[in-house]
Design a protein around this ligand. Structure first.
Ligand SMILES: Nc1ncnc2c1ncn2[C@@H]1O[C@H](COP(=O)(O)OP(=O)(O)OP(=O)(O)O)[C@@H](O)[C@H]1O
Length: 254
């Protein structure tokens, strides 16, 4: 896949729920190695946007192109994962009774033979090296033998991010990564996402504007299923329409 141009391209995408347009002729482009933050008030269509990209929701109209020319419309969710799109949901979906290492081992991109077969088989040196690298990336080097269920909330989120990146996605979708985190964990998550952006394109949905300011280069503002503003944090915060939409709901400025 070319490392130039767009990694994901949505054109005229409409998602219709019995006449209600959760996405309304949406145009949205993210380039390779971009870290894009999507904000917008409740119900703006942010989650629906990610649902369309990962194949969970089928649009009534529009095109969704991954990489140079792979049309995602009509593809199954697991096929989209295999193409290189990984999603980190808001609630961590880790195996609480397995160790951090075992969780990472299970998520390595390899033909799935089931949990028990994978745990009983020896990982190769290369696989072990990749797990060590992931442990360092997510700052859990000292926790490889710790039961995942006993990690802190923030550490669980990082573990799941580690599990998604071990599948080596070209595009990583992240839904509200810092909800419920301490300030320190939030800051560390920002550093983690920025470091990941060197190797993966990332789309982050976020409500926490302080966090958005920490990580964002370009912010897309969604409202009623369409993009109403896009640009730097400063541009978005100074935009009259954005201010009006957020007025009385939540502050765009901390
Ligand atoms: N399965 C569904 N059936 C009907 N309406 C839906 C469905 N899923 C989402 N919607 C509606 O579509 C709109 C967009 O929802 P979406 O979850 O994408 O918004 P959001 O921007 O992620 O909001 P939030 O910040 O609250 O998570 C909302 O009004 C929601 O109620």
């Amino acid at each position: 896949m070319s490392e130039r141009g767009s990694i994901i391209y949505l054109e005229g995408v409409t998602v219709d729920y019995d006449g209600f347009k959760a996405l309304n002729s949406l145009n949205f482009i993210v380039n390779f190695n971009e870290l894009r933050v999507v904000i917008g008030p409740n119900g703006a269509g942010k989650t629906t946007l990610l649902d369309v990209i990962c194949g969970k929701v089928k649009p009534a109209a529009g095109r969704v192109i991954f990489g140079k020319d792979t049309d995602l419309i009509g593809k199954r969710e697991d096929d989209i994962v295999k193409l290189g799109i990984g999603r980190k949901f808001q609630a961590p979906s880790i195996y609480a009774n397995l160790t951090v290492w075992e969780n990472l081992d299970l998520s390595l991109k390899r033909p799935s033979k089931g949990v028990f077969h994978t745990l009983l088989s020896q990982s190769t040196r290369e696989e072990q090296a990749r797990i060590h690298e992931a442990l360092a990336t997510i700052s859990l080097e000292g926790f490889s033998r710790t039961r995942a269920g006993s990690l802190s909330h923030g550490q669980k989120q990082w573990l799941e991010i580690g599990m998604v990146i071990l599948q080596d996605p070209s595009l990583l979708l992240v839904d509200e990564p810092v909800a419920g985190m301490t300030d320190k964990e939030t800051e560390q998550t920002g550093i983690l996402l920025q470091s990941l952006a060197a190797r993966h394109a990332i789309i982050v949905i976020e409500h926490d504007m302080e966090f958005v300011r920490q990580i964002a280069r370009i912010v897309t503002v969604l409202h009623e299923g369409t993009v109403i503003c896009e640009g730097t944090v400063e541009k978005v915060q100074g935009d009259a329409r954005v201010r009006e939409i957020y007025l009385g709901r939540q502050k765009v400025h901390a």
